[in-house]
Design a protein around this ligand. Structure first.
Ligand code: NAD
Length: 267
């Protein structure tokens, strides 16, 4: 089945690498005009935008720090100034600052919460305001707008040495479900994706480490590390009307990592 997002506008945060980059490419392949947000690495975002335009699509790379209120407002304004509307937000930006809790600095705690949680709030709020202002666009989608939060299996799996990250993703879960409860009546669809271990820079150390990711594979019943496309394909589906009745839920894309694989052989 071919999914078309023709005439829709998608904004993807943190799209100069990894899952955001792959999702921006997939959304553009499905026909959406895409805003490729980046914070620190302009080059990959600009190159992807140019490639999409060369292939006849619509794309614009825009710099913004998602944890900064003014920059988020400017990002959404520039998106609408460029493409005239917003239909899809993929709030994807995220980072890790790992340490045992006993050694964790307040700065590392705050950085992770500000980007992974406050950033998701700021972007979702800006999207909700834009959806309300532009009103229904029934020729492009049954929904008034769609928000997809990038969460993690660590919204449910505790993670020693990563308390700030796990807390931020646990927060994303209730942020997403609270917003979904709040705006469902306006036909705004809000969902999360919770990836397991996907081969990107954020976890290159474990996926491409000395043992070739063998230890990690013990945590994945399906027996392989995820690829960016595994998540990007789901983003396209969640952004499309094929998932029109999917609201307030988290789609785990983890090869079964959240199935407590330690209990596989009698616990
Ligand atoms: P990544 O490091 O390649 O991507 C994260 C992106 O966020 C980067 O492009 C980075 O520049 C951007 N970013 C960081 N701070 C920002 C800020 N202040 N403003 C705007 N952008 C900012 O890693 P990834 O794996 O692609 O991660 C994407 C998302 O997926 C993250 O939210 C991450 O927590 C989540 N995730 C990834 C995995 C995985 O296995 N790769 C698993 C679970 C969840």
């Amino acid at each position: 089945m071919q999914i078309s997002l023709q005439h829709q506008v998608a904004l993807i945060t943190g799209a100069s690498s990894g899952l955001g980059f792959g999702a921006a490419k997939a959304l553009a392949d499905a026909g959406a005009a895409v805003v490729i947000n980046y914070n620190s690495h302009a080059e990959p975002a600009e190159t992807l935008a140019a490639q999409i335009r060369d292939n006849g699509g619509k794309a614009q790379a825009i710099k913004a720090d998602v944890s900064n209120e003014d920059e988020v407002q400017a990002l959404f304004k520039q998106t609408v100034d460029t493409f005239g509307a917003l239909d899809i937000l993929l709030a994807n930006s995220g980072l890790q600052r790992d340490a045992a809790t006993v050694d964790m600095t307040l700065e590392d705690w705050n950085t992770v919460i500000q980007v992974n949680l406050t950033g998701q709030f700021l972007c979702a709020r800006a999207a909700l305001r834009q959806f309300a202002e532009q009103g229904p666009r029934p020729w492009v989608s049954r929904a008034l707008g769609k928000i997809i939060h990038m969460s993690s299996v660590h919204q449910v799996i505790p993670w020693a040495g990563h308390a700030n990250y796990a807390a931020s993703k646990g927060g994303v879960d209730l942020l997403m479900r609270s917003i979904a409860q709040e705006v469902g009546a306006q036909h705004i669809r809000v969902n999360s994706i919770a990836p397991g271990a996907i081969r990107t820079a954020i976890n290159a150390k474990v996926t491409d480490g000395e043992d070739g990711g063998r230890k990690l594979l013990e945590l994945i019943p399906y027996g392989r590390i995820g690829e960016v496309e595994d998540v990007a394909n789901a983003v396209v589906w969640l952004a499309s009307d094929l998932s029109d009745y999917v609201h307030g839920t988290t789609l785990f894309i983890d090869g079964g990592m959240s199935l407590y694989p330690g209990f596989q052989n009698n616990g």
